[in-house]
Write a protein that binds this ligand. Structure first.
Ligand SMILES: Cc1ncc(COP(=O)(O)O)c(C=O)c1O
Length: 456
């Protein structure tokens, strides 16, 4: 048997692969082709990509306009180092992104989400060094957040499981509560009181650390991988913005997963009524056709550096990569020209409604939530107590596996509550999902869930 002509159940195949796969005891099927919203493996099995890998493939896997734009760019000029040159596609993409991100004035183009976060942390720090507040060096984020796997991003993030083994290598993190209504709102408080209470934890933390020492507060506008499409309650981010202004701290919103239209607006923060100082984006930026990330910031931040050293002390070899940027520009044009944000809003609403109806009789389906085509399903032992299932059962894996058997990709994750307890599955299908594919997604996910939980 050739390497890759295998399926999940086969054992020992990893011994003959030289690739370091994510799990060294699991050799994944070999993907050979994309066809709209489907990924096709070497056995010809078709998987409806209900999660875009990890909320990446927002235009499916074979969009002709993106492929054509990449081909054109490769033929003309695949890459030009940004120390020497800018390119037309880079300038156009920067203009497009600034135009679709209210309040933002400048863009740095990198190759992924972690790189975008690292750039945000360093830009925040350098801004304060150059504008007369060099003591500001600390970052505050939230428990259960994920901001990437490079050491700076991991240090800021608040997911215990991901941090634990690498803690000795990282600068200490400072974390406050997330805004996670389903899990953490007390029964004796209303939504406003809850939002205010958890936002005010930022002020307590600032006072504990000395606000003059803090550079930025970092948060995912809608929490993705670690908690499963969790949006904050209304008013939460307004209070956060107020506190950041009061104490002179940057507000960095991480929209690597929830940005670029995933929630139905180009930037997720548009639905919060605030403007951050910086925002990161990545996954849907080039729809997976190329690896691209971006950091956007308010103009006064780069103005300060322009008037000071003039040099942002940061860079990577592949930043602003011409072919990657061309793919991203084409992706952004498709989203605009095909009016996909409306589809994201409508289909997302419909998927949540249909899943709630189809899974109404299942006590183990605790919450179905999210915004746009960013849908989270959390599993519990029963709806009343919301008690988590035994983590040893890895229910999220079981649902993901059952869905794969049905020919549906969904993104299962454990540790929803505290990095250890809790299970959820994330759905993040393409923005151009048709009604027919929406039905297929709902039916396959329902079937997979029913296969794991008997109707109660
Ligand atoms: C919110 C958020 N920030 C940052 C990252 C890191 O992005 P990347 O994996 O492209 O480095 C992720 C990845 O899942 C993410 O969800």
């Amino acid at each position: 048997m050739r390497i890759g002509d295998c399926c999940i159940q086969e054992k020992g195949i990893a011994d003959v692969s030289h690739a370091i796969h994510r799990n060294l005891n699991y050799h994944p099927p070999r993907a050979v082709r994309g066809d709209g919203p489907y990924v096709i493996d070497s056995n010809g099995k078709r998987y409806l990509d209900g999660c875009g890998g990890a909320a990446v493939s927002c235009l499916g896997h074979s969009h002709p306009a993106v492929i054509e734009a990449m081909k054109r760019q490769v033929e003309r000029l695949p890459y030009a180092h940004t120390s020497f040159f800018t390119t037309g596609v880079l300038e156009e993409l920067a203009e497009t992104l600034v135009g679709s991100a209210p309040g933002m004035g400048k863009v740095l183009l990198v190759s992924g989400g972690s790189e975008a976060i690292e750039a945000a942390l360093k830009l925040s720090r350098q801004y304060f060094v150059e504008s007369g507040e060099p003591q500001r060096h600390l970052f505050i984020a939230r428990r259960q957040s994920y901001h990437g796997n490079t050491l700076g991003a991991l240090a800021v993030g608040g997911n215990e499981w991901r941090r634990k083994n690498f803690a000795p290598l990282m600068v200490p993190g400072n974390h406050i509560s997330p805004c996670f209504e389903y899990r953490e709102k007390r029964s004796d408080e209303n939504r406003d009181e809850y939002g205010r209470r958890v936002a005010d934890e930022l002020e307590e933390k600032l006072i504990e650390l000395g606000p003059q020492n803090v550079a930025a507060f970092v948060a995912e506008t809608v929490v993705g991988a670690t908690a499963g499409a969790v949006a904050a309650v209304p008013g939460y981010f307004e209070r956060i913005r107020e506190l950041c202004d009061q104490y002179g701290v940057h507000l960095i919103l991480d929209e690597v997963m929830c940005g670029t239209g995933r929630t139905g607006t180009m930037m997720a923060y548009e639905q919060e009524g605030i403007v951050p100082d910086m925002v990161t984006m990545a996954k849907g930026l080039a729809a997976g056709y190329q690896p691209v990330g971006a950091l956007l910031c308010k103009r006064h931040i780069t103005d300060a550096i322009e008037a000071g050293s003039g040099f942002f002390q940061h860079g990577h070899t592949f930043m602003g990569h011409a072919t990657a940027v061309a793919a991203s520009l084409a992706t952004q044009r498709v989203i605009r020209d095909e009016n996909l944000l409306q589809n994201v809003t409508d289909r997302g609403r419909s998927i949540r409604k249909r899943l709630r109806e189809a899974l109404a009789g299942y006590e183990n389906v605790g919450d179905i939530r999210g915004r746009g085509l960013f849908v989270g399903v959390e599993f519990v032992s029963d709806r009343t107590s919301k008690a988590p299932l035994d983590p040893a059962r890895k229910i999220h894996n079981q649902v993901q596996k059952a869905a794969l058997d049905e020919g549906l990709m969904c993104y299962g994750m454990g540790g929803t509550i505290d990095g250890r307890r809790g299970d959820h599955v994330l759905l993040a299908p393409p923005y151009n999902l048709s009604e027919e594919h929406e039905t297929e997604l709902v039916e396959k996910f329902t079937k997979a869930t029913r296969a794991i939980f008997r109707r109660s």
